[in-house]
Design a protein around this ligand. Structure first.
Ligand code: CP
Length: 307
């Protein structure tokens, strides 16, 4: 269904294709032998120009579990980019060595640029503060598994909504489902960009609200999507220090939330969810990280045309 396709933004897959991918993910998760060795002889190039734990390692684990192999780098200092080589030249060369490329780069639009020079599919593993579509697949499949579907879903996004690419991608992806409501909780300085609210949500008639008070809205939510204030995106360290602890989800605050609310976080976490919350059955962020590997297996198998 997705053979030979890349994934640059959250809209690159239709709702029908997403549903197909979720079913495939469930099958992979439930049957340890399914698709194992299906990608034998295929090569994934893993090009990370920015740090990563989950995205890089879950992609690599996914490819290895499918029987394929992985080459690449985990930081640009070990590649010829450090000698001044352009992204276009890097991609031209690496695409002649591999069958699919997964790339994280700090520049917005870099994945789209890479796709113009690549002869193999490019998967965007995060381009600056723009998009992170495979995190969105992870988030969606987690919500689907834990809730059953996306109907009548009220989701709250909390933290750094300005630079948070995972928030931008998930809000855009969910705007295609009916009866979804969104609540954006952030300090004024880190509000959700207008290209999401005016450009996407209003256009799709999605109901949304903005506030700076998590405690006022937590009881309205089915899903609370916490995010880290991202030090690396700030030009001014003092501003980061002033804003970094704007929200901390504590066990006390969780007492105000619904019994069935689920807490997601793309991770890494710094201080915005206290570790005591990890023991709350509503805390689903580690399960979410695990789903990330299964859906990346499904995505790679689909792109490489073995399903
Ligand atoms: N969620 C996420 O993108 O985590 P990493 O930065 O560790 O890949």
């Amino acid at each position: 269904m997705l053979k030979g396709r890349g994934l640059i933004g959250p809209d690159d897959l239709s709702v029908e294709e997403l549903e197909w991918l979720f079913d495939l993910t469930a099958r992979i998760k439930d049957d340890a032998g399914y698709l194992r060795q299906s990608c034998r002889g295929r090569l994934l190039a893993s090009l990370f120009f920015e740090p990563s734990t989950r995205t890089r390692l879950s992609f690599e684990a996914a490819m290895l579990r499918l029987g394929g192999s992985v080459l690449g780098f985990a930081e640009p200092g070990s590649s010829s980019v450090s000698k001044g080589e352009s992204l276009a030249d890097t991609i031209r060369v690496v695409s002649s060595y591999s069958d699919v490329i997964v790339m994280r780069n700090p520049k917005e639009g870099s994945a789209l640029l890479a796709s113009r020079y690549s002869t193999v599919p490019i998967i965007n593993a995060g381009d600056g503060g723009h998009h992170h579509p495979t995190q969105t697949l992870t988030d969606l499949v987690t919500i689907k598994h834990l809730r059953g579907d996306f109907s009548r879903l009220t989701i709250g996004f909390c933290g750094d909504l300005k630079f948070g690419r995972t928030v931008h991608s998930l809000a855009a992806a969910l705007s295609r489902y009916a009866n979804v409501k969104m609540v954006f909780v952030s300090p004024d300085e880190l509000r959700i960009p207008e290209y999401i609210t005016y450009g996407i949500l209003k256009k799709n008639n999605i109901e949304y609200a903005e506030t700076d008070r998590l405690e006022k809205v937590i009881n309205d939510l089915d899903v609370l999507y916490m995010t880290r204030v991202q030090r690396e995106r700030f030009l001014n360290e003092e501003e980061y220090i002033r804003l970094k602890d704007s929200y901390i989800l504590t066990t006390d605050l969780m007492k105000r939330a619904r019994n069935k609310m689920i807490v997601l976080h793309p991770l890494p976490r710094v201080n915005e969810i206290s570790v005591e919350v990890d023991d709350d059955p509503r805390a689903a962020y580690f399960k979410q990280a695990e789903y990330g590997m299964y859906i990346r297996m499904a995505l790679l198998a689909a792109i490489l045309g073995v399903v």
